[in-house]
Ligand binder design. Structure first.
Ligand SMILES: Cc1cc2nc3c(=O)[nH]c(=O)nc-3n(C[C@H](O)[C@H](O)[C@H](O)COP(=O)(O)OP(=O)(O)OC[C@H]3O[C@@H](n4cnc5c(N)ncnc54)[C@H](O)[C@@H]3O)c2cc1C
Length: 331
């Protein structure tokens, strides 16, 4: 996304309001936009309800030179308690139409559909291939950009084509090969394009069997992961070298004695140590302190520096891996 030091000047707000009437808000609390329920005010939030409006908004933002960031559900982002000077482009539930062709197994959905809703629709249609994502509380666009998934699967596995708005505001189509999907990675993390829709092809299957599989996955997630307190899922990415020594990040953090550790209102979950929960009133610094502590202890024990999957949006810069900010704060 484009970057500049300037905060959005009033003319930008006016231009956006003319182009997208009723879809621009100022001073919104980021705590309302992220799953950790942490964050101060942001200058502007734009919430388009059509693909054309996303393109219009991006073209205006590109022209303004003001920093802007596309988000979905904010289920993988730590917003800063000091807020953010810039614009949030939220691809959310107002951009959530879909159409399916059961004859070909193809389903095309806009990027603001909530992932569990998208998966439930494929189950009803008797389409197999994305049930692994049933418990992931993000938007489809965010899931595609992160190539998120579970059970060693990624949403990109069944993509036929992704439609995205490039940083200049032009609509582009990316065939699967051009999406460059890899483990929790895609071209959309590098090219600054905003995913607005995706087309998938799934194999036919018995809806009842799919539903049983979904119920089993949800039961396992409820058993393994904290579900009561606000969190952003797994904080650290799995690393093969770490896996060979102490296991996945949760096991490693537990092995160095940090499961249940608190910093202010944040806590390394006593249910699963790769989750940090907001017990009430946590600040972004509380979460960053726990990320720095877990990383330092695991590094001291194994020589391996864990990388965070979770991103941090600073008050005056672009998104970056939360562990980078945690290191800088701890130093
Ligand atoms: C309880 C819980 C469980 C989770 N379990 C899993 C899991 O099992 N597997 C897994 O992979 N993840 C999991 N996550 C993490 C998260 O849900 C996923 O990474 C999800 O894909 C993020 O989607 P989002 O819409 O919330 O994206 P956001 O958090 O809003 O954004 C994440 C990144 O995607 C970019 N982005 C968002 N929307 C778009 C778009 N339309 N176009 C381009 N870029 C975009 C943002 O700029 C940012 O870089 C979990 C999170 C929680 C809270």
């Amino acid at each position: 996304m484009s970057a500049a030091d300037a905060a959005p000047a009033p003319p930008l707000r006016a231009r956006l309001e003319v182009a997208l009437p009723g879809r621009v808000a100022a001073g919104v609390s980021l705590a309302r936009l992220g799953r950790w329920r942490i964050g101060g005010p942001v200058d502007l939030v734009v919430t388009p309800d059509s693909v054309a409006d996303v393109a219009r908004a991006v073209a205006i933002l590109a022209d303004s030179g003001v920093r802007w960031t596309a988000i979905g559900e904010g289920s993988n982002i730590l917003f800063d308690s000091a807020g953010h000077r810039g614009v949030i482009l939220r691809i959310g539930p107002d951009l959530a139409r879909y159409r399916a062709d059961p004859a070909t197994g193809e389903i095309e959905a806009e990027a603001g559909i909530w992932v569990p809703c998208f998966v439930r629709r494929t189950l009803t249609l008797g389409l197999a291939g994305c049930v692994h994502a049933i418990g992931i509380p993000g938007m489809l666009g965010g899931l595609v950009a992160m190539n998120g998934g579970s059970q060693r699967r990624g949403i990109g596995d069944a993509v036929v084509e992704v439609t995205a708005v490039d940083p200049a505001g032009r609509l582009k189509h990316f065939a699967r090969a051009a999406c460059d999907f890899a483990y929790r990675a895609s071209v959309f993390q590098r090219n600054g394009a905003v995913v607005v829709a995706a087309r998938f092809r799934y194999a036919p299957a018995d809806p009842a069997a799919l539903r049983r599989e979904a119920i089993a996955i949800m039961a396992e997630r409820r058993r393994k992961f904290p579900s009561r307190l606000p969190n952003c899922g797994s904080v650290f990415v799995s690393d093969p070298a770490l896996y060979a020594t102490l296991g996945p990040p949760g096991a490693a953090i537990e092995a160095v004695g940090l499961k249940g550790t608190r910093a202010g209102g944040a806590r390394i979950s006593p249910v699963h140590a790769n989750f940090i929960v907001n017990e009430g009133g946590a600040s972004s610094d509380d979460v960053l302190a726990l990320i720095a502590l877990a990383r330092a202890r695991v590094l001291a024990a194994t020589g391996i520096a864990m990388r965070s999957e979770v991103l941090h949006l600073p008050p005056d810069g672009p998104l970056r891996a939360a562990h980078e900010k945690a290191e800088a704060t701890a130093a």
